[in-house]
Design a protein around this ligand. Structure first.
Ligand code: RNT
Ligand code: ZN
Length: 417
């Protein structure tokens, strides 16, 4: 049986269930995911040499970390060769590229410091998203946008404003919107004496950042909440309630990272509620293991449930998708490829679900039949449709891509020390 025969057979199985596999493949082709640059170098960036701070952590010491912009770009290229579809690249401000002898601190970053990235994106037809970096910096030692020290707070407000200008530059240069996500690590290890003060300062700082003029059709500013970080176990300034309320009142987007909630809380259940009140929503798809550990995204139940909520008419185009994980214990190219392909698989699996039929069963109270069909669908020939997608997109299939990662590791990564 050729691959095409297998796809034709799968197509018929799904058709009998009321699912059009060709349409699903066409829809998936149009979904772009923002791939985070920071998996390639363990969230180090290029504008400083200090440690990763902000209560986030990479663990592992797998050889081959990208040490320079050139190496990171080369690695991103390699990953993209193995990932089907057209995507965006998600940059952090700390990935500024300075000319020999040049330096600009975070409050003074300018579009020109990202010109090589724009060039890179243009040559590959990628979009760019952006993130101010409120961590891994001497002035982020304790608090940033909520700092009680006015000079520190001013510095970070200026950073936020600089990042809006850079985001607008990305959008204009690339002719597609730039999603700019604000996440701050500010919080307390122990029970705070005053919970309101820091949040009031954060609110004022955000107001000042958003006072920077920008085109709201081109730049989509988001606010990402978090429940805790390492060293900020008792209180985060940017809690879920703070961020959702701020975003709603100020016409910016909420960004939900599925590692940022209490362990039994799921983002898949939040999407429909958010979208009844907001035009758009942004996501960081990640995988927490016992805590916000940012493991590589798997093709697991919650990832598929998130995809199921998104892959519906009238929803898909309202959700900005990005990945956010950083695993330094395995081949970093493979980490990107596995995470991206898994999220695409999750979307495809959702697109191969007869939603209208299942919804009708739910509305009619036919729960036995619904459960039976949902479970039987799990053993449909999904893999043959996925192989078809990889083939259509000209990327290696299930049994092929890993050998290419091994070749790249031997030829390129193993030569870095
Ligand atoms: C941290 C947040 C944030 C970062 C990136 C690097 O917990 O998830 O999104 O991971 O900005
Ligand atoms: Zn995140």
């Amino acid at each position: 049986m050729t691959m095409n025969d297998r796809y034709q057979a799968a197509r018929e199985r799904y058709a009998a269930m009321g699912v059009d596999t060709d349409a699903a493949l066409r829809t998936l082709d149009g979904v772009s995911i923002s791939m985070h640059c920071w998996q390639g170098d363990d969230v180090r960036g290029f504008d400083q040499t200090g440690p990763l701070t902000g209560g986030i952590q990479t663990t592992g010491n797998y050889p081959g970390r990208a040490r320079t912009p050139q190496e990171l770009m080369q690695d991103i290229d390699e990953a993209l060769r193995l990932i089907p579809g057209r995507h965006k690249l998600n940059l952090h401000a700390s990935y500024a590229i300075f000319r020999e002898g040049e330096f600009a601190d975070r409050d003074a970053l300018r579009p020109e410091h990202f010109e090589p990235w724009v060039q890179f994106a243009k040559e590959r037809g990628l979009g760019l998203d952006f993130n101010p970096t409120f961590f891994s910096h001497p002035r982020a030692a304790s608090f940033t946008l909520s700092s009680p020290d006015e000079e520190t707070r001013r510095f970070w407000i200026d950073h936020g404003r600089a990042c809006i200008r850079i985001s607008q530059y990305f959008a204009e240069q690339l002719g597609q919107p730039c999603v700019m996500n604000i996440w701050i690590p500010d919080g307390y290890k122990d029970t705070p004496a005053d919970r309101t003060g820091p949040r009031a300062r954060f609110k004022d700082s955000l107001d000042q950042i958003l006072a920077e003029p920008y085109d709201r059709e081109k730049v989509f500013v988001c606010l990402e909440s978090k429940v805790f970080g390492i060293g900020m176990e008792s209180y985060t300034v940017g809690s879920s309630e703070f961020c959702i309320n701020y975003a709603a009142k100020n016409g910016i987007l909420s960004l939900l990272d599925n590692g940022h909630y209490h362990p039994t809380e799921v983002v898949s259940d939040k999407i429909s509620a958010m979208l009844l009140f907001q035009d758009r929503l942004a996501l960081h798809v990640t995988r927490g293991v016992r805590w916000d550990s940012d493991h590589v995204v798997r093709y697991d139940d919650e990832t598929r449930e998130i995809a199921k909520e998104i892959a519906q008419p009238g929803v898909l185009e309202r959700v900005f998708l990005a990945l956010d994980f950083f695993d330094a214990s395995i081949n970093r190219i493979a980490a990107w490829v596995i995470g991206m392909r898994n999220f695409q698989k999750a979307l495809l699996s959702a697109l191969l679900t007869p939603h209208a039929r299942f919804k009708a069963l739910q509305d009619e109270g036919r729960f036995t039949e619904l459960l039976a069909l949902q479970e039987e669908l799990k053993v449909y020939p999904f893999g043959d449709v996925w192989e078809q997608f990889c083939a259509q997109q000209g990327v290696p299939g299930t049994d092929e891509w890993f050998a290419e990662v091994e070749r790249y590791e031997a030829d390129v990564l193993s030569k870095r020390d």
